[in-house]
Design a protein around this ligand. Structure first.
Ligand code: H2U
Ligand code: ZN
Length: 338
């Protein structure tokens, strides 16, 4: 008798159009592999050696102002630069390259060195949301910027260079890979069925309830049916919003609220500041209406079974298909319980 909670199966990700292998019977396997250092939580609220704290000098020598809420600056070691000359080449149609102009920025969420989104005041997270909206509009208005990717790498395990609460924005001319796949999927769904893929997904998750983690008036957090990372989540707007600039005043506050609640659950899960990469996917800024886009947030946390045991994407996953042991439903249950 087939048991979806025990038997190996694969699940379809309708956004990336990829499968994930789920092997729930493996959750009991022993671990004698690499153990990480637990993320540390005690930090002073000002660190004279931090390049993001107010008034301090950055690595490039520029001094930060004495900022009081959020602070944005052009990345001193930018991955994308606005003055990149146009150019491309093709070697036999096989070796292809083209230049990519863009703008990279760093966003400090708070002047306090030791805060995180999970323990910031809702009104202060709301200021971060406002800042993201302003950046989306400012960067997106430039003719060579067709996509604005906002993200946060949190914790040394995810490669964050500094515990000071901050994120980054990389904006550029072409669509990033993940965004391009999601766009194709949403366009195809709308063309074939006349509705929005993620509006339909929101309906299913609200009626099933088993993968819900958090909910407020405007948003819900779920462990997506097709999650790859053990405690991966998605925040979905309940209303069909294509991008951050369509949020009402109340929805900006609701987004701040759901971000705080979601990250606070993460921190409670293993009693440590939970590492993750998180950020929104939304409408490109190429001037087209993109009604197919439904704004959402992804959280990709690496931790698997404790503060020190992480998931590795190796072996079958690099050569074949990503795989998980814990089902999305069990992960959601655990996040709901903390
Ligand atoms: P991460 O913690 O996600 O690495 O982001 C920090 C960014 O800050 C990183 O991209 C930039 C790095 O280039 N940075 C500066 O722009 N100036 C500095 O003085 C140090 C770090
Ligand atoms: Zn700092």
């Amino acid at each position: 008798m087939l048991d979806w909670n025990r038997d190996p199966h694969r699940r379809w990700n309708p956004l990336s159009r990829e499968w994930v292998l789920v092997s729930p019977h493996r959750t009991q396997r022993p671990w004698q592999g690499q153990v990480e250092e637990a993320p540390s939580s005690s930090q002073p609220d000002y660190n004279p050696a931090c390049y993001l704290c107010p008034g301090n000098a950055r690595a490039g020598g520029v001094r930060n102002p004495n900022y009081a809420s959020t602070f944005v600056f052009d990345n001193d070691f930018a991955a994308l630069k606005p003055d990149t000359p146009a150019g491309d080449f093709s070697h036999g149609g096989l070796l292809l390259a083209e230049t990519e102009p863009g703008i990279s920025r760093v966003v400090c969420f708070s002047p306090k060195h030791n805060l995180t989104i999970a323990n910031m005041e809702p009104d202060d997270i709301r200021l971060v949301v406002d800042c993201w909206v302003d950046q989306f509009l400012d960067l997106g208005a430039r003719d060579f910027i067709n996509y604005v990717q906002i993200f946060e790498n949190r914790g040394a395990m995810m490669g964050a260079s500094n515990p000071h609460p901050h994120g980054q924005i990389w904006s550029c001319k072409t669509l990033p890979n993940q965004v391009a796949s999601e766009q194709l999927s949403q366009q195809a769904w709308m063309a074939e069925r006349g509705g929005c893929l993620l509006c339909e997904y929101v309906r299913i998750e609200r009626s099933e309830g088993v993968r819900l983690v958090e909910e407020n008036d405007s948003f819900l957090t779920v462990v997506p049916f097709w999650a790859v990372w053990p405690f991966e989540t998605m925040i979905l707007a309940k209303r069909h919003l294509t991008a951050l600039d369509e949020l009402t005043t109340a929805e900006r506050a609701a987004l701040a609220d759901i971000l705080k609640r979601t990250t606070a659950r993460y921190d409670r899960l293993f009693q440590v500041p939970f590492p993750y990469t998180g950020g929104p996917h939304q409408r490109p800024t190429d001037g087209a209406p993109h009604r197919e886009w439904h704004m959402h947030w992804h959280f990709y946390p690496p931790l698997l079974r404790s503060a020190t045991v992480r998931k590795f994407m190796t072996g079958y996953e690099l050569l074949g298909t990503p795989q998980r042991d814990l089902t999305a439903e069990t992960a959601a249950e655990r996040l709901r319980a903390v």
